[in-house]
Design a protein around this ligand. Structure first.
Ligand SMILES: [Zn+2]
Length: 375
């Protein structure tokens, strides 16, 4: 193993750890802002780092199509290209091929598809996915998998999971070991505990630097997500990081950390920042709502971010209603600060052996006194 990971404290199943990569140390539980096209939307790299984030996610599918992995490699790699000196995790491209590409066809070898940008034909195999992620210079590489659509019959989920496990082995075989770099396998198996356990066992047999739980937050609901974690996480090695892909809402993060997850990514804080939604310690706000138009308070009085330090809800409301770019920038800044602060608070609670109390207080504070309608 060339990727250092230490669990520093435990509280129940929750872990507080430290992941050592070629581009710095990441305290876990950690949230990874999504930098789809070599940028976390509406943020400078320095602004992302200022939130406390020390790792971002890059998307193989987007970057292979534009500007191209070989071009980024020739320009010094993704860290240099996007001026992000900290760690980067890249996904395998599989999820977005299935959700964005046209005329996609899955075979044993890989996925053939046409670009959603210009219709050009591509083949993404496990070997090519790993090569692209190496060209980008990812600290953390993901094995290629197929994200099984939800809902699907058990037989279809089994077939898809077994294909993903064969791709996981091929991904692992071509991954080039380098100090501070690692490859994660991805547990699939839909909402079926028996398939999840079989998938986890297959990956542990192959041996990965970290283990991800994929194929969740695609419509199954939080209760089912948590049930899958309850079934899956105990089957993952205790000494390796665990990453829940594409999840989620603040309450999802708290519940998943309680079940032993160490890493997260989700577009929610950034996407919400561009649609006038703000996460706060007292629940979610819709800044387009007229009730904020005369409100001189900050978004969240307990937040130390630049948006809360310098601007009122009334001003942010005005920016959002006027379609000003600054509104998206400030709300994204705040939301990423909120997520980073939530991770700090969870790490502290685990260190103090007080995670259950933290989770209860969190749930109570998030329950809005008066639910705010959209619009
Ligand atoms: Zn703030």
């Amino acid at each position: 193993m060339t990727l250092g990971f230490n669990v520093l404290a435990r509280d129940g199943a929750a872990r507080r750890g430290r992941l050592k990569t070629a581009h710095g140390v990441i305290d876990t539980p950690a949230f990874m802002p999504v930098g789809t096209a070599a940028t976390v939307k509406a943020m400078t790299a320095a602004g992302v780092a200022a939130t406390g984030a020390r790792i971002v996610l890059g998307n193989t599918y987007h970057l292979m199509l534009r500007p191209g992995a070989e071009r980024i490699a020739a320009l010094g790699g993704l860290h240099h290209f996007m001026n992000w000196p900290h760690a980067i995790l890249t996904d395998s491209g599989g999820f977005q091929v299935m959700s964005l590409a046209k005329l996609r066809k899955i075979g044993e070898d890989g996925v053939t598809f046409r670009s959603h940008l210009d219709g050009s034909a591509h083949l993404l195999t496990p070997e090519r996915s790993i090569e692209i992620q190496r060209l980008l210079g990812a600290d953390l590489t993901m094995a290629l998998d197929e994200c099984t659509p939800y809902p699907s019959p058990w037989e279809a989920v089994e077939k898809s999971m077994e294909l993903s496990m064969r791709w996981a082995l091929r991904s692992r075989r071509v991954f080039a070991e380098r100090p501070g770099h690692g490859i994660f396998g991805i547990v699939q198996g839909g909402v079926h505990p028996d398939l999840r356990l079989r998938s986890a066992a297959r990956l542990v047999d192959i041996g990965f630097d970290g283990y991800a739980v994929g194929g969740l937050a695609i419509g199954e609901g939080q209760k089912t997500t948590f049930a899958v974690l309850d079934a899956t996480v105990p089957a993952l090695p205790a000494d390796r990081p665990r990453y829940l892909m594409g999840v989620g809402k603040p309450a999802d993060l708290v519940g998943a950390v309680m079940r032993g997850i160490d890493m997260f990514d989700c577009v929610l804080p950034t996407r919400s920042g561009r649609t006038a939604q703000a996460f706060t310690r007292r629940g979610t706000l819709n800044l387009r709502n007229a009730r904020h138009g005369d409100d001189p308070q900050p978004l969240d009085p307990e937040c130390g971010c630049p948006a809360c330090a310098g601007y009122s809800r009334a001003y942010l409301h005005h920016l959002c209603r006027s379609g000003e770019i600054l509104g998206a920038m400030l709300l994204t800044t705040h939301n990423l600060h909120y997520y980073a602060d939530l991770m700090v608070a969870m790490r502290r609670a685990i260190e103090n052996g007080a995670f259950a109390d933290f989770a209860a207080a969190f749930a109570e504070a998030q329950a809005p006194a008066s639910p705010e309608p959209n619009g």
